[in-house]
Design a protein around this ligand. Structure first.
Ligand code: SAH
Length: 472
């Protein structure tokens, strides 16, 4: 983060603008909106600045900039069309550790002015740090369209009602729930939009006595890694959660999207300690929900595909805890899409099978004969450690040695790495790979040559393992 966004209170605080033209006028407007006590220094003044001075809204000083003007000022804006003057202002302010903005020159500025969407008291500030002003403007336009005008009014009357709610609902999390429900269903906003303020207040009053105490669990699939593959519902629930229990597979970029005040608890599996970890997780889910909390159980990919989601839900059913399930993009879908490997294709594969390389100790054997048949795609989760067995069994049951295979490591992330080879090489292919890796076996893999499109910045793109190239 190159800049720390802050909202600063300028009411009645002296601020200085150097320059008297159109741009200075715009800055003066903004400062006045924030209630600042504005002095403008310039050789000449825009008529509108002169008018403001005439009615006592601002103070103007005609003349050149001198450092003594900075005395007692909270912040300074240099908006002249003279580069050397702007530079002098910036240097003086910087040497005195006063906040200074030079219009259109971030290198001289200690603060920059963002684009803003003003729905006071809701204010959205957008900045590209001076790198892409047009992009920042487009984002602002989108937000302007997205945020209805009455949202400011909504915030204002909520502010007025806050102390009342505080008295009526003692628990912090129940209070938050009250507001979420009120803002979430849109009813309040609609009343305000129609100007029915009294009805809006009556609705707020009525909602105080409605039951909001029940906790619940949302079992949410977080997708394979790329945060933009989250569903809208996943994101909404993550932003309303009191507590989030997440797996090791869930990336930090995704966790960054969780509501800031929520408790984040890692229940990542520890090798060799599975069962204990799982039963403790189940227990925590039940306990938190029974305390009235909104719990999100966040899992990599989809919770119902090799995610043990079913087991956790059974526990919730037994304890009579309400739950919902939000599907996620499973690794097979995410990785195949980002590697350009369609899982089915009319010419090559009429079916696709997902299997796991990791099974319970007493787990059932896979039906290798069926898995080895042609014209199907086999996707193996957690397959890397079993590569040897997978290769041997498939070959034994008649899958061709040349059947193409892909290993997709950290799929859909900026570190995605795809290794392509043949079934007869499978054991060697995964050599240097660390982290989650998905195996795709079948003729469809050869389509990646044509269809691979995702080139994350840091990855080696689509490669054959150099080790194998040397062998060939
Ligand atoms: N429920 C998850 C799977 C959990 S099992 C889902 O639906 O995707 C964990 C295995 O999933 C890993 O060993 C790996 O084989 C696969 N996997 C998950 N995320 C992956 C990713 N981003 N890239 C490659 N493989 C991934």
């Amino acid at each position: 983060m190159d800049y720390l966004p802050i909202f600063t209170k300028l009411e009645n605080r002296p601020c200085l603008v150097i320059g008297g033209g159109e741009i200075a006028l715009r800055k003066v407007h903004l400062l006045l909106k924030a209630g600042a006590n504005v002095t403008v220094c310039s050789l000449a003044f825009h008529a509108k600045l002169q008018e403001k001075a005439d009615v006592g809204q601002i103070k103007i000083i005609q003349g050149s900039f001198s450092e003594s003007l900075l005395d007692d000022k909270w912040l300074v804006i240099a908006a002249t069309n003279q580069k050397d003057v702007n530079k002098q202002v910036a240097e003086s302010a910087n040497s005195r550790q006063q906040m200074v903005n030079v219009v259109d020159d971030p290198t001289l500025s200690s603060f920059i002015m963002p684009s803003i969407v003003d729905r006071s008291p809701i204010i959205v500030a957008i900045s590209s740090g001076g790198k892409a002003p047009v992009l920042a403007r487009l984002i602002r336009e989108r937000l302007e369209a997205l945020l209805p005008m009455h949202i400011g009014r909504l915030a204002t009357i909520s502010g007025e009602f806050r102390h009342h709610v505080k008295k009526a609902i003692k628990s912090v999390s129940l209070r938050r729930r009250y507001w979420e429900k009120l803002f979430g269903n849109g009813q309040l906003g609609r009343l305000l939009q129609k100007g029915q303020t009294q009805d809006a207040i009556a609705l707020m009053e009525r909602s105080l006595t409605e039951e909001v105490t029940k906790g619940d669990v949302a079992l949410v699939g977080a997708g394979p890694g790329d945060p933009s593959l989250l569903t809208l519902k996943a994101l909404q629930l993550m932003q309303q959660a009191d507590v989030v229990l997440y797996d090791r597979l869930v990336s930090s970029e995704i966790l960054d999207l969780v509501r800031r005040d929520a408790d984040l608890i890692s229940v990542g599996k520890e090798a060799g300690n599975h069962e204990v970890a799982q039963s403790r997780t189940n227990q925590m889910l039940v306990e938190f929900a029974q305390q009235g909390k909104k719990v999100v159980r966040l899992k990599g990919g989809d919770s119902f595909i090799f995610g043990r989601g079913g087991e956790e839900l059974e526990e919730l059913v037994e304890s009579n805890v309400d739950f919902q399930v939000v599907p996620g993009i499973t690794a097979a879908s995410g990785c195949s899409a980002y590697a350009g490997i369609p899982l089915t294709h009319r010419d090559y594969a009429q079916s696709v099978t997902f299997v796991t390389g990791h099974r319970k100790q007493d787990g059932k054997e896979l039906n290798w004969q069926a898995l080895a048949s042609k014209n199907q795609t086999l996707v193996v989760y957690m397959g890397l450690i079993q590569a040897e067995e997978i290769q041997a069994q498939l070959l034994q049951y008649g899958r061709g040695e040349d059947t193409p295979v892909a290993l997709i490591n950290k799929g859909t992330t900026s570190d995605q790495h795809v290794v392509i080879g043949k079934l007869s090489e499978l054991t060697q292919l995964g050599g240097g790979l660390k982290g989650p890796t998905l195996m795709i076996i079948g003729e469809v893999v050869s389509l990646a040559d044509k269809l691979a499109w995702y080139n994350p910045e840091h990855s080696h793109k689509l490669t054959r393992d150099p080790f194998l190239v040397n062998l060939a």
